[in-house]
Design a protein around this ligand. Sequence first.
Ligand code: ZN
Length: 276
Amino acid sequence: MRRLCIHTITTKPWSTEECIRNYSRAGAGGITFWRYNLEGRDPAAVGRQAREAGLEVTSLCRGGFFPASTAQDRQKALDDNRRCIEEAHALGAPLIVLVCGAVPGQPLDESRKQITEGIAAVLPEAEAAGVRLGIEPLHPMYADDRSAVNTMRQANDICDALGSPQMLGIAADVYHIWWDPELKEQIALTAERGRLFAFHICDWRTPTTDLLNDRGLMGEGCIPIRQISEWVDAAGFQGAREVEIFSSRWWSQDQHEWLEKITEAYRALYEIPAGA
Ligand code: ZN
């Protein structure tokens, strides 16, 4: 299960230390930290602790939220992204996932322009720190206030505009992009341009009762995860498959049992025998 990585938000009730200990015991190969995991802690020590437990630090979530209606607030966002880059560097995380942001009522193309400018402003610091930035296109239901980047194509356009194939790329999350009729081609194109940086998995429940916190475990919903995984692998991606599930429903249950369900679902999805 080398390619299984778990986002700490998936087991939100657990402390940073509990996540490290329990993911390692469950046989995961990687961990993606969320920034709240670093609060009151030394990021370098957290990274060391994870690696000593046999976990690769896959990425840090999240930077972004660049657009704002005032220059002052856009500056605040840049400052926060610079802090995020420092944290990722200290943690030993090679990648920051960007949830790019949007402002309700502000035209989406204006927000995308501010996102492009924001990424351009912090890219030199990311390069100097050796930390890559991965734009995560978000499902269009979040276009009002979470991200004006809603498709792989839009994310690729921003990457094209800014160059830097080494340091700027895309985090592809099945929850956000599974519906896209261009998905197969865009995954291939992203990989071909050397910028498919991350792959996130979970499922889409019907009905979805909460826009943010009702994601499903793989197999609970309608996303053709195996098919999308095959496209991702066929494009040459060999990185982690990151389980990222926001779910009030699962957070309210015993987290050890929840983690067991995650590993079972992962094994079933990728046909990995028990013990392997
Ligand atoms: Zn994601």
